[in-house]
Design a protein around this ligand. Structure first.
Ligand code: IP8
Length: 245
């Protein structure tokens, strides 16, 4: 079973509010359609890119700073829903049985900020031959109103609960890069790469590459971070980009 994240910056123009990168999304959907001919179970999670982060920062909402305004919640969720419809449409064009699972309607954070994500619907959708598609979202947060849940957090939680065999993060870069922009092939400890992991350069309320690597290091399953060109090889069982174990 594979959990795949399509990075928001891959499928959108991250610096221009609510702008899709249509070509990139088509390429990603092609790669997924080719791979799924092998009947492997696949859960897709997509990020926000220019569809969620701008709205979230406009309302001052992050993974820890919440809002109690329904308008803010629905604005952020609405932007993510719009992007989700674009993603689903491209997958349906390729006859993939993709079905949305919206975190706002299922997940929550407890008072410590820990994510509670029910997965029985995802499991059953997989068993029935569907491709569940989740996305970064805004969710209820005990004591804080509503806060952001990143696609990366969802990937980690899904991988844990569903016992994923492989995790893939499709990013705008071909992997985690060192000081001379060469792809680091393997990361086994955060300290090894701490000095080269800078902050994300566009509006990103959920932490950029450093947060991704940290979260992936905690998981049982091997994870790969790769660019769009690595998506098809990854789904075919190869290890493009950076492997995190
Ligand atoms: O792009 C965040 O998801 P991410 C989604 O995976 C929102 O960090 C609503 C900002």
């Amino acid at each position: 079973m594979i959990v795949l994240k399509l990075g928001g910056s891959v499928i959108t123009e991250k610096d221009r509010p609510e702008t899709l990168d249509g070509d990139a999304l088509e390429r990603a959907a092609d790669a997924i359609a080719t791979a799924l001919a092998d009947e492997e179970d696949l859960v897709i999670v997509h990020g926000g890119g220019s569809f969620g982060h701008h709205n979230a920062s406009e309302h001052g909402v992050t993974t820890t700073e919440g809002t109690h305004e329904a308008g803010a919640v629905m604005d952020i969720h609405g932007a993510m829903g719009t992007l989700n419809r674009f993603v689903l449409a491209r997958l349906h064009d390729r006859d993939l049985e993709a079905v949305s699972v919206h975190p706002l309607s299922t997940a929550a954070r407890d008072a410590d900020g820990d994510l509670e994500l029910p997965t029985s619907q995802v499991r059953t959708l997989l068993e029935e031959g569907f491709v569940p598609v989740l996305h970064g979202d805004v969710i209820a947060h005990a004591g804080a109103g509503a806060t952001i849940v990143s696609g990366d957090e969802l990937v980690a939680e899904l991988a844990r609960q569903l016992g994923a065999d492989r995790i893939g993060l499709c990013s705008t870069v071909p992997g985690v890069l060192d000081e001379s922009d060469a792809v680091i092939e393997r990361i086994t400890a955060y300290e090894d790469v701490e000095s080269v992991l800078g902050e994300s350069d566009a509006t990103d309320v959920t932490g950029g590459m450093a947060a991704k690597v940290r979260a992936l290091l905690e998981l049982e399953a091997e994870a790969s971070i790769f660019g769009l060109e690595g998506l098809e090889p990854f789904l075919a069982g190869e290890n493009p980009g950076t492997t995190i174990e």
